[in-house]
Design a protein. Structure first.
Length: 512
């Protein structure tokens, strides 16, 4: 078994159906997880839903349903979305699971044992939408009153709560950011966090008494944990904390938490502080991706531009949506999507490039080469150049993935795909066949080899299409990881009848 690699998404609030921002996060994380599996690592990939807190209680009340019923229903839509998006998670966690309550109680106890929890009265501003407490100095003036820095409404709350001694961790956190400059990525997010922590940390209210939908505070009747304490703990629960010592030793600390830019503070400030207090190892890296915008605009229910990712998958296919989001958005920055952009990008790179090359090459092979990979004569300079381009793509892929530059990783692979198309067009095996069939065989052989390697290199991003390409190339399931890149296709490999892999996409006709 390869080295362990534990990767997580944020767990989403199931207070509504998933939107495309949720889809984006889980697709990007899935791509990274699949990349590491293809590289031979023992990957554990966790996603799930964050089901406690006031936001869930209020949404359920507004809809006139039980909170648990709301959580059950909405959580099932997140699962369904994952299935439609081809998400290869190992564990879908729900924070209502008894195992998770036990893990939350255990970390609470560890923080209490460290002397970091005390009872006091909390008075301050709370945003239910963000499930976050804010200092007065962070608030901004909005039309209807004060707003959080995220632009959400805040309300004054006053109650007796448990506090966590966050202030005690200001210097240890700064030391962490300095010792491990890549603990928080991208750098813009790291700078924001450092500025926030340098500005001083107040102790954090970590329990609530005004409602009871949450994890009960051990030994403190009437208190439930602040939803972020239990939410962050999901990462530990999934690694076997506290009772499965073997799993916990193998998978903790997490290698990577993938989250959106709006919740970096929770993951890069509160979370390491809780873990330091509980004397648990810290995750190796937190990556705050950007936000997806609909034609450049923020999605909002009131504007009515919230996109259902399942509809997009049904229209364009799972690989098209995955490829578009991974290729078009610079990972770490905000990105914009529109149906036109999806169609343009996927037709150029999938249908007209890789798909078309495979189709043209394999139909000549089916007709002229007895449905088998033809033998190769000695490579000429043009084949050498093609193989060099594919090798450069491989190096570019791994370098980009090392920096979590998913878009650059795909660009590296597609630069080889463009070269392979050019090679095939220039070498023109359909016309060479008339005068020199052996040379035509050589061209087809090396084209197949290039497509094979491109498919393997793209498989973490577009698993479905890449696997169908590899099926068409007669490649077994054990020849699809990165180690197979160095095992060239064998002449004589039997090929199934060719079929199209990436259909051309079309925009819906304007409603007339
Ligand atoms: O924040 N584009 O849940 P959530 C890209 N339960 N990503 C987006 C996005 C957009 N337009 N909108 C939201 C929570 N996200 C907490 C997390 S983790 C211990 C608890 C991202 O349902 C967002 O940044 O509001 C977050 O990473 C994820 O979707 C879930 O958001």
């Amino acid at each position: 078994m390869g080295d362990p690699y534990y990767i997580t998404t944020a767990i989403s609030y199931p207070n509504g159906r998933p939107h495309i921002g949720h889809a984006y996060e889980v697709i990007a994380t899935d791509a990274i997880a699949r990349y590491h599996r293809q590289a031979g690592r023992d990957v554990r990939f966790q996603t799930g839903t964050d089901e406690h807190g006031l936001k869930m209680v209020q949404t359920a009340r507004d809809r006139g349903v039980e909170t648990r019923a709301l959580a059950d229903e909405m959580s099932s839509y997140f699962k369904e979305m994952n299935q439609k998006l081809n998400i290869s998670y190992d564990r879908f966690i729900r924070t209502v699971e008894p195992e998770h309550h036990a893990a939350s109680a255990a970390i609470w106890q560890a923080m209490a044992d460290a002397g970091d929890l005390y009872l006091d009265r909390y008075e301050g501003w709370y945003s239910v939408r963000d499930e976050a407490f804010y200092d007065e100095k962070e608030l901004v003036d909005g039309e209807g009153g004060k707003l959080s820095p995220q632009g959400t409404p805040v309300e004054w709350t006053a109650e007796e709560t448990w506090f966590f001694r966050l202030s005690k961790y200001q210097q240890p956190l700064l030391d962490l950011y300095n010792a491990q400059p890549d603990f928080i990525l991208p750098e813009t997010r790291r700078n924001e966090v450092m500025r926030f922590v340098e500005g001083g940390l107040s102790d954090l209210s970590v329990s609530r008494t005004s409602f009871d939908w949450g994890v009960k505070v051990p030994g403190s009747p009437g208190h439930v944990m602040y939803v972020w304490v239990d939410a962050l703990t999901n990462y530990l629960t999934g690694a076997g904390y506290p009772d499965n010592a073997a799993d916990f030793a193998r998978y903790w600390p997490a290698d990577l938490h993938v989250i959106g830019k709006d919740i970096v503070r929770f993951h890069a400030v509160y979370w390491p502080a809780f873990l330091m207090s509980a004397k648990l190892a810290l995750p190796r890296r937190v990556f705050g991706h950007g936000f997806l915008l609909n034609r450049g605009e923020k999605m909002s229910k009131s504007v009515g531009n919230v996109t259902d990712p399942i509809e997009l998958v049904e229209r364009f296919g799972v690989d098209a949506l995955r490829y578009f989001l991974l290729r078009e958005v610079s990972f770490g920055q905000d990105g914009s999507y529109s149906e036109e952009a999806i169609v343009t990008r996927c037709n150029a790179d999938l249908a007209n490039n890789v798909g078309n090359l495979a189709q043209r090459c394999l139909s000549i092979v089916a007709k002229n080469c007895d449905g088998k990979v033809p033998p190769a004569g000695p490579p000429t300079e043009t084949e050498e150049a093609l193989l060099a381009s594919v090798a450069a793509a491989e190096a570019g892929l791994h370098a980009a993935m090392g920096e979590l530059a998913l878009h650059n990783a795909l660009e590296a692979v597609w630069s080889a795909a463009r070269d392979a198309n050019q090679y095939f067009a220039d070498a023109a095996p359909w016309s060479v066949r008339k005068t020199d069939p052996a040379r035509a065989d050589t061209i087809l052989h090396f084209t197949i080899e290039a497509i094979r390697r491109i498919a393997i290199m793209a498989r973490w991003a577009i698993p479905d299409g890449a696997d169908r390409l590899l099926d068409l190339l007669g490649q077994n399931a054990d020849a699809r990881d990165f180690t197979a890149l160095n095992r060239p296709v064998a002449s004589g490999t039997i090929l199934p009848a060719p079929s199209g892999v990436f259909p051309r996409l079309e925009l819906a006709a304007e409603p007339g």
